[in-house]
Design a protein around this ligand. Sequence first.
Ligand SMILES: O=C(O)C(=O)C[C@]1(C(=O)O)C=C[C@@H](O)C=C1
Length: 360
Amino acid sequence: MSEQLKQHRDQIDAIDEQVLKLVNERAKLARAIGSLKDDGVIYRPEREAQVLRRLQANNQGPLANEAVSNIFRAVMSNCRALEKELSIAFLGPLGTYSEEAALKQFGLGRSAIVCGSIDEVFRTVEAGQADYGVVPVENSTEGAVGLTLDLLLSSPLKICGEITLPIHHCLLSKQTDIANISHVFSHTQSLAQCHEWLNRIMPKVTREAVTSNARAAQMIHDLVSTDGTFAAAIASKRAAELFDLNILAENIEDDAKNTTRFLVLGSHEVAPSGQDRTSLVMTSKNIPGAMVQLLEPLSRHGVSMTKFESRPSKQGLWDYVFFVDIEGHQHDAKVKAALAECLERASFLKVLGSYPVAVI
Ligand SMILES: O=C(O)C(=O)C[C@]1(C(=O)O)C=C[C@@H](O)C=C1
């Protein structure tokens, strides 16, 4: 070992000692804060977002802001676990992007409750069997996840946070050569997100939809018959590790910016973080121009709309409910004023939650 290398390692050892001492001091403070929370709400997404935003703003590098977030999310996850280990429900099996989103937001200092469907995630949190749930709500290529929107309409749960996850798909198989693959399994959305790549590289393969991409990877892993040797799954890198599959191709999504937005569902409201979003669901009176009228207070009070999505209400033919996201927190003065006026004009309006805008 060169003298210089040894010197650098000695310095790293000394720094690690300091880091260790400091993170333990931080952990003691978090534990003390935990005992002051008399409402029992340990998870404070607004505070976690503020911590990450401040550190990113002060970051001098060479670590990228995303790396800073990863490190401090892990620190906060472990500090939080000293206050209480949260249980988080998400759509399984292990290896789904929902699990990845839950890991990004909550880290490893939590217990995982793996659910078989999005409905089950809602029911598990509603029944108090999990502290929070993580569900996909929209994808940049494929649009809204209708089931999540439908369930939000009737659920008493509140949106406590959002997570944006860049989605990078891989082609996974027991095979080592793409030329041998005759069947590709994945979730419909993932097949759609890789549609052009499949047309170009594997135009002749049969595409088959299954309940999740991790399930597809698990199926390929479990196949023992000769059929299995010709099948592949579109899923994440993590699924390749979990199910011991070869990665035949990476980043096969048609849009390199392919991103899925997930929601954190819980049973409490979240305080303002300074950079928040509010999700609403509403219906307008069935008269001409009613929708424009309904939304007019938002623009008049200077509240920006970041999403507008309509869904059949399932109450009557051609009746729709509207899912609207706006910038700001429901307790911000201008949002409060605009919402009070919208409420007067709407035949139905429910605030699904105010929560911090996702931090990368
Ligand atoms: O500030 C708090 O309320 C804490 O409990 C500390 C802490 C942290 O580690 O920074 C941990 C959990 C909360 O979700 C927010 C922040």
